[in-house]
Each structure stands twice: as structure tokens, then as C-alpha cells.
Design a protein around this ligand. Sequence first.
Ligand SMILES: Cc1cc2nc3c(=O)[nH]c(=O)nc-3n(C[C@H](O)[C@H](O)[C@H](O)COP(=O)(O)O)c2cc1C
Length: 214
Amino acid sequence: MNKIALATTAMFVSAAAIAGDIQLPAPAKTGGKPLNEALAARQTVREFSTSPLTDQELSDLLWAANGYNRPDAKKRTAPTAMNRQEIDLYVCRADGAYLWDSDANVLRQVTDKDLRGFTGRMDQGDKNFALTAPVAIVYVIDFERQKMQSRPQDAFKYACVDCGFIGQNIYLHASSSGLGTVFLGMIKPQELSAALGLPEKRVPLFAQTVGHVK
Ligand SMILES: Cc1cc2nc3c(=O)[nH]c(=O)nc-3n(C[C@H](O)[C@H](O)[C@H](O)COP(=O)(O)O)c2cc1C
């Protein structure tokens, strides 16, 4: 087992399955629009229907975002600087927030509170699109996994780029599969940290709303 696999396993070994955990079905790794058609259709969407994503849609989305595409080597669909794999994805829905355990493809419930309102156009009150869309994915950087960077600004720089790759994977998966999405700098990091129970070294950086287009 390599260092990343050990770190990831250690992270989840203590996470006892609780009632709210969701085992996702295996992701589909074929199908969808050809890459050039997905590129031609890629766009930001801010109008979503309230219809939830199915477990299959979520599984396909998360795998495309940052799943293992070379499981034997524990490598993923998105690259990371020095292969640190320091970004965790939290899935926020009306019924709570979940850490995606990509090894087991399980959503581990961390709260039953709806945190979607800490993302998106918060100045627009109940017109904030993030409240209508079924899923807000929150990107959390683990600075412990980033600690090879001697200067904090380097760790931050690489973390932002690493989030961007995952974000573009989601944009392309969305356009390939007919979903809508918007990448979000507009988040409330302190409120999200508190609600997700994050330790000091884990910091929400960005979010991404995903749903069916209205
Ligand atoms: C780093 C980054 C942060 C963004 N933050 C927000 C945001 O907070 N709210 C929002 O509505 N759109 C946000 N966007 C989406 C951009 O506004 C959008 O990509 C841009 O208008 C271009 O539109 P397009 O994606 O359809 O090409 C963000 C995009 C990026 C790359």
C-alpha cells in the first residue's frame, strides 16, 4: 500500500458507519457525450430544478470529479501537485452533509443539517440558486496532506489549482450527462467549517452547485 492509500485508509478506519451513511452504486465509467461535444456544451448554469440527483447520478458525478481511474496505483481523474490528493469532497443536500469516502464509495454523514445556504449567492436570500439545486459539493483542503510546501502561499496556490481540476471535471461531466453546474468562490468558510466539524488544518476553499437544469 502506498503512502496516499495508507493516509486515506487511516482517515476512515475510525469512521464507524452510522445510520445516515449512503452506499453509492458503482459508477458508470463509459457513455456520455464525446469529449469535444462536452467541451462545446460546457457552461455555467444558475437555474436548477429541485429534483434530487439519484444515487447513480451522484456516484457517476463523484467518480468523474475525483474518483480512482487507476485504482491499483490509487490515482484519480484529477491531478494534484506531487500527488498529495489533499482535497476532500463534501456533498451537501437538503437532508444533511456527507464526506465522500472514495475508497468505499460511501457518503459518510457528518450532519443532518442543510448547509447549502452557506454557498452561492447568499446576498439573494431565498432566491439563492444553491438552495434550489439538490447538491452543493464543498471542496475542503487538508493542509496536513499539503505540508511538503514550505511556504503557506505555495500550499494555497497548489490547493486552488487542484480544486480547479476537479471543478472542470465536474463541468465536463455535467455537460456530458445533461446536468447543470456552477463553480463557487462565494462560500462561507467559517460557517461551513463549524457545521462540518472540521479541525483547524482542514479548510473549505470552494464549492460547486450541481443539479438538473430548470
Ligand atoms: C474560481 C471561480 C470562482 C467562481 N465563483 C462564482 C461564484 O461565487 N458565484 C457564481 O455565480 N459564479 C462563480 N463562478 C462562475 C463564473 O462566473 C463563470 O465561470 C463565468 O461567468 C464564465 O461563465 P461560463 O462558465 O459559462 O463560461 C466562478 C468561477 C470560477 C472559475
